[in-house]
Design a protein around this ligand. Sequence first.
Ligand SMILES: [Zn+2]
Length: 246
Amino acid sequence: MIGTNEMISAEALIDSNRTGREMAPTSEEAIYQVMHAAIAERRLPAGMRLVEDQLARLFCVSRARIRAVLQSLARERMVTLQKNRGAFVSYPSVAEAREVFQARRLLESALVREAARMAKLHGVERLREHLDRERAAVESNDRRVEIKLSGEFHLLIAELVGNATLSGYLAELIARSSLVIAIYEGAGAHDCWQMEHRRIVDALAEGDGEAAARLMEGHLAEAESRLSLSREPVASQIDFKAIFGI
Ligand SMILES: [Zn+2]
């Protein structure tokens, strides 16, 4: 667990896979995007304190602007705001973890059923290209890219449906499930399994929505079952000082 004195590094915020590390986003929307990605991809860990001053300096903007970004992230439950204590990367409870996965099963089985009805050849090709990128990441043992790509796979299916509202809901759920996995990952846990993704794409390519929905539900149930959700993490495993800044 990261201590409260730990500085938020620019490297944690800026995706090193992108070029232009020196990029300093100044609009609230750009800072929001950078921070959202850093939390979803676990560069900023669950429970970490987010100090307004530090962030303001990093992004060369006012604290007020950072506060607005943190409030946006808090509305999506990526960040928890504590009165007089500041902002923290959220630390979802077991109950919240189960809710997030239930919501994903319900939403994504419906989305993939709809995608099967609408998916044109082009959509299936995009998914297959994505599977190739996932395989390359697994082979090169690049865990960070793996996490990023496994989330993007699910978003890509939502994009095929073309409903921005549902894609937005799913983006929030995927980011929150990334925090859940980071906290409750048990032995052998993994965000996604490439083979399961491949089977889902095969069902989509055949236009078999029912099979695709069944596979998606099974895939998410399997991901949840690999987490250690039988109990809350015991107090000794949580650095409350880091979480609450005391
Ligand atoms: Zn997956």
